[in-house]
Design a protein around this ligand. Structure first.
Ligand SMILES: [Mg+2]
Length: 471
């Protein structure tokens, strides 16, 4: 990411993530479904405490995107871009500033080694897990509840030395929830309800959205889909949100891509496989992709060979659109692809608006006029209750004036985007929008300023999140 402006017209290829990008989920429905699927497996298959099944809604206000779980201390952390602890909880209890300083020192610095590795690689380790997307976020609530349960059971009233004991169970239970075979088999707790009632969980694409997606191919762009979902689930979803002709919107579809590995793997380590009747053919490795096909697994390098062929260019310009900073945004740097981030938190927290024209998409800047359509469908009031957390505060910044990066006001009157995830946004994405709906009315050659122009603000469209404005 280097250019100061971003225009879809400049790209030869536009790639899309599916879940939470093209497909908007009804978060107030899918979060509890994911949580109970996880928690029930923890209780029934792994024998953990039944109190995990207490209403998920009780911790609605605890849930937020981007928490880091320190497996040694059992603390959940909201970190700054330079490794300071902005906020923390032990279990579901938010720690006071004094407690944070007692546990981590006056400087409130988290383990510098762990932090450096996290910031540079976004790799999860045995000592540290983080929750950064809508499929894994409810896991932070489960971790917090587990820590409460473990502490309560300590005979001596002291904390255990580590909180490793339940983590492998939790990852196995995620596996049970999302096991791709469960969709076809109609098994498990996650897929069957979604298979039965797609309308409860997915929002259908508007006609305008479909027209816009179609217009990309019509404008000569190569358009691909790259999703971690297995093909049968992706098909179910796409048929519901787009319609039976969904495949015609894409030049090629990569399923079960298991990002971010898809973007960093090689043809040797992560080959593509052929699909027959939605079943992956273990013996049929695909080395040369063909257009108008759907593949399983794979890697970006082999995909790039097809993109070169379809564009007739040796070095096609590619942008990938997705919602996960870890899986969709961060890996783009190594491919030299651009990145458009879908970030519902922008709208959930609120955008800076012009006077009383709430959510009209205007930031009052005449060079950046609001889009014509004003009725955005996302996210609605019920979903916002899950996305916002009064306990943890803004996804973008915090009011604690403690970190070097966190001088909360700079010369331009814009609050610093000082969270770790804010760092990833401004460093690795070109622009960020609350949803695709916000850009489909714009001409393809609309020029968006990128985060390169002014790091704390310029890449947000249609406007700056409210938390970044000084009062
Ligand atoms: Mg996604």
């Amino acid at each position: 990411m280097a250019a100061d402006s971003f225009s879809l017209a400049d790209f030869d290829v536009i790639g899309f993530d599916l879940d939470h990008t093209i497909c908007k989920y009804k978060l107030n429905e899918v979060f509890p479904l994911i949580y109970y699927s996880l928690a029930k497996n923890m209780v029934e298959k792994k024998g953990h405490d039944k109190s995990l099944l207490e209403p998920f809604e009780l911790d609605k206000d605890f849930m937020t995107k981007g928490l880091v779980f320190d497996v040694i201390t059992g603390d959940l952390l909201k970190l700054s871009g330079d490794g300071h602890i902005l906020k923390a909880s032990h279990g579901t209890r938010i720690l006071s500033d004094e407690e944070i300083q007692t546990d981590y020192g006056k400087g409130r610095l988290w383990s510098p080694d762990k932090f450096q590795q996290l910031k540079e690689t976004l790799k999860q380790t045995d000592d540290m897990r983080y929750f950064e997307n809508y499929f894994d976020m409810t896991g932070a609530v489960l971790c917090a509840r587990m820590v409460d349960i473990i502490d309560k059971k300590q005979a001596d009233g002291k904390r255990p030395k580590t909180y490793y004991s339940f983590l492998s169970d939790m990852w196995q239970c995620y596996g049970y929830s999302y096991n791709r075979e469960n969709f076809a088999a109609n098994k498990g707790l996650f897929f069957p309800p979604i298979k039965e009632n797609p309308e409860k969980y997915f929002q259908q694409c508007s006609k305008e959205m479909k027209d816009w997606l179609k217009s990309l191919k019509a404008a000569g762009k190569v358009v691909f889909l790259c999703t971690t979902s297995h093909v049968d689930y992706a098909r179910h979803l796409l048929q519901y949100i787009i319609g039976p002709d969904w495949q015609s919107y894409f030049d090629v579809c990569c399923t079960y891509a298991r990002k971010p590995g898809f973007f960093t793997g090689t043809p040797e380590t992560r080959p593509f496989y052929e699909l027959v009747d939605d079943v992956e053919q273990a013996e049929s490795i695909v080395t040369t992709l063909e257009p108008d096909n759907i593949y399983s697994q794979g890697n970006a390098l082999a995909l790039l060979e097809l993109l070169k062929k379809l564009t007739g260019k040796d070095d096609p310009k590619v942008v990938y659109v997705g919602d996960s900073l870890r899986s969709d945004v961060f890996p783009m740097a190594s491919l030299n692809w651009s990145s458009l981030l879908i970030l519902e938190e922008m709208q959930a927290e609120g955008l800076i608006t012009n006077g009383d024209k709430e959510n009209d998409g205007s930031d009052g800047d005449t060079n950046n006029p609001p889009p014509k359509r004003k009725k955005y469908s996302l996210p609605d009031a019920l979903e916002i209750e899950y996305l916002l957390s009064s306990k943890w505060g803004s996804f973008f910044t915090t009011n604690n004036n403690i970190s070097g990066d966190g001088k909360n006001e700079n010369q331009t009157g814009i609050a610093a985007m000082n969270t770790l995830w804010g760092y990833f946004i401004k460093t690795y994405s070109d622009i960020a929008v609350p949803g695709l709906e916000y850009i489909i009315d714009l001409p393809l050659d609309h020029k968006f300023p990128t985060f390169s122009v002014e790091k704390n603000r310029s890449g947000f469209y249609p406007a700056l999140p409210k938390a970044l404005a000084t009062p």
